[in-house]
Ligand binder design. Structure first.
Ligand SMILES: Nc1ncnc2c1ncn2[C@@H]1O[C@H](COP(=O)(O)OP(=O)(O)OP(=O)(O)O)[C@@H](O)[C@H]1O
Length: 251
């Protein structure tokens, strides 16, 4: 079996008396794309917040490349190679596309923003920002303020910010939310490209995106992972149809 990029061991999260994540276990081998689906309120965002270190675990463990990251701060987890995008855009709206990417590269290298004045001299940082800009297809929008980009371009920039530091494990939170069909198709191609050879975990509601991208799909219902399997097996799983999707036609 290939090495695990991410592993959840009996992860639990309680808010007061309510247990929101009820003993989730999951194994994500390196290089796989896994989509996490589930009805509203199932706990998908909570699970993402636990993995990326925004919320502490109530119990259980999370391992990144075989090492526990439980109790670590988001920036520490990021430095260990896990990068997360946000459903709500995480960009500096008054900065240009290039400047946003340069910030992301700098941050991932541990520079502070006070190094701003010397940025033009940082060859490697600038080169990496240029490379990411090319990769996400925004090179022709290099000097445009992020605020002036279309929504789909902003989401692409957000993906660029997520990959800028070269993380090998990517968490994408609803990367196509709010997009038209054609924008969403383009986003799928972009995600496929930037995640090639990396490990991807994404929360996504759009089933075309999920089935188009995922090697495996995990289904979360009331904080419990009721199935984790290939898209075909998930499509045909009666428990999934009954518990989450309701009807056979939905998939
Ligand atoms: N900080 C918090 N304090 C208390 N309850 C919370 C907190 N965050 C989330 N919850 C509760 O946890 C449950 C799961 O929420 P979560 O946002 O993780 O679900 P989700 O699957 O991401 O939903 P959606 O698909 O609608 O985004 C909900 O009942 C929510 O009210």
């Amino acid at each position: 079996m290939s090495q695990l990029a991410l592993e959840l061991r009996d992860v639990r999260k309680r808010f007061g008396n309510a247990e929101i994540i009820c003993g989730a276990s999951l194994q994500l081998p390196q290089g796989q794309r896994l989509a996490l689906i589930g009805p509203n309120g199932a706990g998908k965002s909570t699970l993402f917040n636990l993995i990326s270190g925004r919320f502490p675990l109530s119990s259980g463990d999370i391992l990144l490349n075989g090492n526990s990251i439980a109790g670590q701060k988001p920036y520490q987890i990021n430095r260990r190679g896990l990068s997360r995008s946000f459903q709500i855009t995480n960009i500096f709206h008054r900065l240009s596309v290039f400047e946003n990417l340069r910030c992301a590269v700098l941050w991932s290298l541990g520079y502070r923003y006070s190094f701003w004045q010397r940025l033009n001299g940082l060859q490697d940082v600038n080169q990496r920002a240029e490379q990411v800009m090319e990769e996400i297809g925004l090179h022709q929008r290099r000097n445009v303020e992020a605020d002036l980009l279309s929504y789909a371009e902003q989401r692409a920039l957000e993906i660029g910010i997520t990959i800028a530091g070269g993380a090998q494990v990517l968490l994408l939170d609803e990367p196509t939310a709010g997009m038209s069909r054609s924008e969403s198709d383009a986003a799928v191609e972009l995600i496929r490209k930037v995640s090639a050879g990396k490990t991807l975990l994404m929360v996504e509601h759009d089933m075309d995106v999920v089935f188009g991208l995922a090697d495996r799909i995990a289904v979360l219902v009331y904080g419990d992972i009721i199935a984790c399997d290939t898209p075909d097996n998930i499509r045909n799983n009666p428990l999934v149809q009954q518990a989450y999707l309701g009807t056979v036609e939905t998939l």
